[in-house]
Design a protein around this ligand. Structure first.
Ligand code: ADP
Length: 372
């Protein structure tokens, strides 16, 4: 049955590529679609379609021969997915779930309506509206759509910052006094079975909102972790999700757990599950969307994941860097094979597995030195 099943992935980046690797283990057929002809997925399946996932016609054409459609990015054409669903194609996560999450403000409203704690925020159409609510500053301004890796996020300290603010539909959030940032990935299948991964804890680099490294399991109080897990499961139930969802949360200085944002697809915060968990997030997503039982989510050992970002240094010293990374004991390298270069872009990641958290955190220093 699995060998005749056709799964289509909208988006062809590294998350899709890792999904394909795991689909191969399950023997299912996978196609991927991305507008970049050199997207990572193009090297992983002979059924790669070069077309834009935000185009109605392209998504309809791609999906009509599939049994199941899933996503590896949120920027996809919702109307086409609704139409495909009417034609009998299974779309997981559902078009309605993706539509709510595509927009940071409707996402917030949805969570609030389900009594899930979020950072309070107001919607604005453009930066001129900020002057009328300048009493809400300092705040965190976020583009409602298409932000990623912090590119659609800026802190506004005072009225003086409004001039340089994004002039687009945004949400102005209260500035949170963040103690920790964590993420919990949760899976839910067609039968309503729910399984949660251990929380991971993020470490961000100072100047930009880009992840420096993350550790799993998060080194936090059991009661905070319990709250985080309960919230993540509540989110999956609220959407009646079929698939997986990453729930990013803040732990505030006064130990409140609030949801920051959602990603209903494989997520950067689950890369380590390939090596460190009994079932990876990728296999779990596949199990969920093809009606199979979910796999165990237990961690087999503590782990640390560091993204590798494109830089001129790395490009000039690639062989030396890769050789030194692969020499680190317990290191698993994932190189995405991206062909075009853009400084700051994620071009790989490295997962360190070890016996103790102390020993693997010490290795993060070694990795950082190799990468710079
Ligand atoms: P993206 O979708 O681009 O990843 P996020 O909403 O996750 O954007 O925000 C990026 C980062 O900005 C967060 O990881 C956090 O460090 C910081 N941030 C986001 N919202 C707030 C807030 N309300 N207050 C303080 N810092 C925030």
């Amino acid at each position: 049955m699995l060998e005749t099943l056709k799964i289509g992935i909208l988006g062809g980046g590294q998350l899709g590529a890792m999904l394909i690797r795991h689909a191969i283990d399950l023997g299912v057929n996978v196609s991927a679609m991305d507008k970049d002809p050199q997207a990572p997925c193009s090297r992983y399946t002979s059924s790669f379609i070069c077309a834009d996932p935000t185009s109605y016609e392209a998504v309809l054409e791609f999906g009509k021969n599939m049994d199941v459609i899933t996503i590896e990015r949120e920027a996809v054409n919702i109307d086409a997915l609704r139409q495909l669903e009417k034609q009998g194609v299974k779309v997981y996560p559902s078009p309605e779930t993706i539509a709510v999450i595509q927009d940071k403000y409707t996402q917030k409203q949805f969570l609030q309506s389900h009594n899930i704690p979020v950072v309070p925020g107001v919607a604005i159409q453009g930066k001129n509206e900020l002057y009328a609510i300048e009493d809400k500053l300092p705040g965190c301004l976020k583009k409602r759509r298409d932000g990623y890796d912090g590119y659609g996020v800026m802190v506004l300290k005072s009225k003086a910052d409004i001039e340089a603010a994004f002039d687009a539909p945004c949400v102005l959030e209260e500035l949170v006094d963040i103690k920790h940032e964590i993420a919990v990935i949760v899976a839910r299948n067609e039968q309503g079975e729910v399984k949660c991964y251990d929380a991971v804890m993020m470490q961000f680099s100072g100047e930009k909102f880009i992840l420096d490294y993350q550790i799993a399991p998060a080194q936090l109080d059991a009661s905070i972790l319990g709250q985080a897990t309960a919230l993540a499961e509540k989110v999956a139930e609220a959407f009646k999700l079929v698939g997986i969802i990453a729930v990013e949360m803040f732990i505030t200085k006064d130990n409140q757990v609030v949801v920051n944002e959602l990603a209903p697809r494989p997520h950067n915060s689950g890369h380590h599950t390939i090596e460190a968990s009994i079932t990876s997030q990728y296999e779990q997503l596949l199990r969920a969307i093809i009606g199979m039982p979910l796999g165990e989510t237990d961690l087999r050992f503590p782990s640390l994941m560091m993204n590798i970002l494109d830089s001129t240094y790395l490009n000039a010293n690639k062989k030396d860097v890769l050789t030194r990374l692969l020499a680190i004991k317990g290191a698993h390298l994932h190189w995405y094979g991206k062909i075009d270069h853009r400084p700051g872009r994620k071009i790989g990641h490295i997962t360190i597995a070890g016996d103790t958290m102390e020993s693997i955190v010490a290795k993060a220093e070694t990795i950082r030195k190799v990468l710079n």
